[in-house]
Write a new protein. Structure first.
Length: 158
């Protein structure tokens, strides 16, 4: 997270109702599903350390954005989404990367591949460009993006 301009992530995520909590270097990250330096999520708070990868922060944030209010109120560590929601989360993550000051979609795809995301076409970028229509359709169906792939801030009832 230290690679981003100050407040860049908060500015991107604030309209969605997410708050960011900084975690001290070396401390365990609360609500981290993967542990180590990966982002944590409890309620509407995204927990990050300076060494948390940007792709991890975006991914967990997109889980929050994609879930309804009932799941948000019980959210602690595990987003509990189904497979198609996970695809929507990855698609939205790629769209938000383009809007994050100091970051890019190309960097996101590189980081996702390095982390170990697995896609049938061999890379995150290939998946996004040629095999992500189901994730896009899920986001459209829930009003989370418009027909031009612009992310939308919506409240999803429980």
């Amino acid at each position: 997270m230290s690679a981003l301009p100050s407040a860049a992530l908060q500015n991107l995520l604030q309209p969605y109702g997410l708050q960011i909590a900084d975690v001290a270097d070396g401390a365990e990250i609360p609500g981290s599903y993967w542990g180590e330096r990966e982002a944590g999520l409890i309620g509407n708070i995204l927990y990050l350390r300076a060494d948390t990868p940007v792709h991890s922060a975006l991914h967990e944030a997109c889980h929050f954005i994609c879930m309804d209010e009932a799941r948000r109120t019980a959210l602690h560590t595990d987003a509990k989404g189904d497979d198609i929601e996970e695809v929507g989360v990855c698609y939205l993550q790629a769209l938000l990367a383009m809007r994050l000051d100091g970051f890019s979609q190309a960097q996101l795809f590189t980081d996702m591949d390095a982390w170990g995301y697995t896609f049938l076409l061999g890379s995150a970028q290939a998946w996004f460009e040629r095999d992500a229509e189901d994730g896009r359709a899920w986001l459209l169906r829930h009003g989370l993006i418009d027909n031009n792939d612009a992310p939308q801030v919506v409240t999803r009832p429980g």
